[in-house]
Design a protein around this ligand. Structure first.
Ligand code: ZN
Ligand code: ZN
Length: 411
């Protein structure tokens, strides 16, 4: 029997290097994870260079590669994808930024780049959308709140460039920078001027806003300046459905991953209680994914907590999160007519607290796979698997072939 659907589970940053706290094992090798091991035993395994050998992927470029969109062609910066993730529909040519609400003191010094980790900035963002006027530049803008202190800004108009710097000083205690054109083209100069004007006008609105006056009275840091970064121009993404002939959904707590999904035309599925952290509702994500498969051919699920532990250097926490995730994956063992892919998007070794280029383990489970001898899902065992060492671009292509959706090349 040929499977008809694909469930693609990305365990973000779960791959690692030997950790001294775990007796030299990786968190995956050290964790109790009967479900992942059984899927590995019943499936075919391998290791994967998500972009290319020796390239350290970001989560954004990694997910583009995993979905079959060459990041070297499609990626111009994180901004436009973050904009999509906050619900702004980005048309090709629009310029997007990821933003932070921050605190600036009366003397012009940034005192808190996260504005006291403010949450629910919807009213502040609405006031900015209402009050800032950029009409003299002939551009329209959309400003939306994201999770916590985050937000995004999109610009639409003619003659605007995307090669501009950030006003984020990257640390507290100094004045914000002026946004500068990077390539000195007329378009970049115009965008830089727009950004500086946006920051000036929005700060004036934020300074006087009732929410901030109340925060100051309560001893909280006000959100009175917007920091802009990650400028990029929205490209043209061939829709997923057109590219592959299948429909799809995305399930993630991370606005960046949702943004990538939206950009390629996957529908976003909201799930209660998902946080992108250790306490996330992973069973809820898996239940939602299985439900989506009733009406969709493809579902991408991103589970983020392992990456967080890697960035924090917490090997034992990462190992425990793997066990927690494994328990939530149990319903996948009885999924009919479905190809299941499980992989990391990149390694996030606890020893370096950042993404590395180490290849990641991958497994494919379902009807038609040539089952190999691998019995455990970890970096070492999967390296001996039947998929051998593949690239991220080859992974979805392999799964599409298993559901009979790959195009024949030649006669
Ligand atoms: Zn990632
Ligand atoms: Zn990361």
């Amino acid at each position: 029997m040929t499977a008809k659907k694909i469930l693609f589970v990305v365990l973000d940053g779960i791959s690692d290097r030997p950790c001294p706290e775990l007796g030299g094992l990786t968190p995956l090798a050290a964790a109790k994870k009967p479900v992942l091991d059984r899927l590995a035993r019943e499936g075919i395994c391998g290791i994967m260079d998500t972009i290319a050998a020796g390239v350290r992927p970001g989560s954004d470029t990694a997910h583009l590669a995993l979905l079959g969109y060459d990041p070297y062609k499609y990626y111009t910066g994180r901004g436009p994808l973050e904009c999509e993730g906050t619900g702004i529909h980005m048309e090709p040519g629009m310029i997007g930024f990821r933003c932070n609400y921050a605190t600036i003191a009366k003397d012009g010094i940034i005192t808190d780049r996260r504005a006291g980790r403010i949450h629910d900035t919807t009213d502040l963002s609405a006031a900015i959308q209402e009050g800032v006027d950029l009409s003299k530049f002939g551009v329209e803008f959309t400003f939306r709140s994201g999770a916590g202190h985050r937000a995004s800004l999109a610009l639409k108009g003619v003659g605007i460039g995307h090669c501009v710097s950030s006003n984020d000083p990257k640390k507290d205690g100094i004045v914000p920078l002026t946004v500068q054109p990077i390539k000195q083209t007329a378009g970049d100069e115009k965008t830089a001027a727009i950004c500086n004007e946006f920051v000036r006008q929005s700060s004036r609105i934020l300074f006087d806003h009732a929410i901030n006056q109340k925060r100051v009275k309560s001893g909280l840091n006000p959100a009175n300046i917007v920091l802009l970064r990650g400028a990029g121009e929205m490209g043209h993404f061939e829709p997923f459905t057109k590219k592959y002939g299948i429909s799809g959904s995305v399930i993630s707590a991370a606005s960046l991953i949702n943004g990538i999904g939206n950009a390629v035309g996957l529908s976003r599925v909201p799930v209660q209680g998902i946080t992108g952290s250790q306490d996330s509702n992973i069973p809820g994500k898996i239940a939602a994914a299985i439900h989506e498969l009733n009406t969709r051919d493809f579902v991408l699920v991103n589970i983020k907590g392992g990456d967080e532990s890697g960035h924090d250097g917490l090997a034992e926490q990462k190992r425990n999160f793997i066990t927690k995730t494994d328990m939530a994956l149990a319903p996948l063992l009885d999924l009919p007519e479905c190809i299941i892919i499980i992989c990391a998007d990149h390694s996030t070794p606890c020893t370096i607290r950042d993404h590395s280029a180490d290849p990641v383990p991958v497994l494919i489970h379902g009807d038609g796979v040539r089952v190999d001898d691998v019995t455990r899902f970890d970096e070492y065992s999967c390296a001996r698997g039947g998929l051998t060492r593949i690239t991220g671009a080859a992974l979805l292509a392999t799964a599409l072939d298993l559901i009979n959706k790959a195009h024949k090349f030649g006669a």
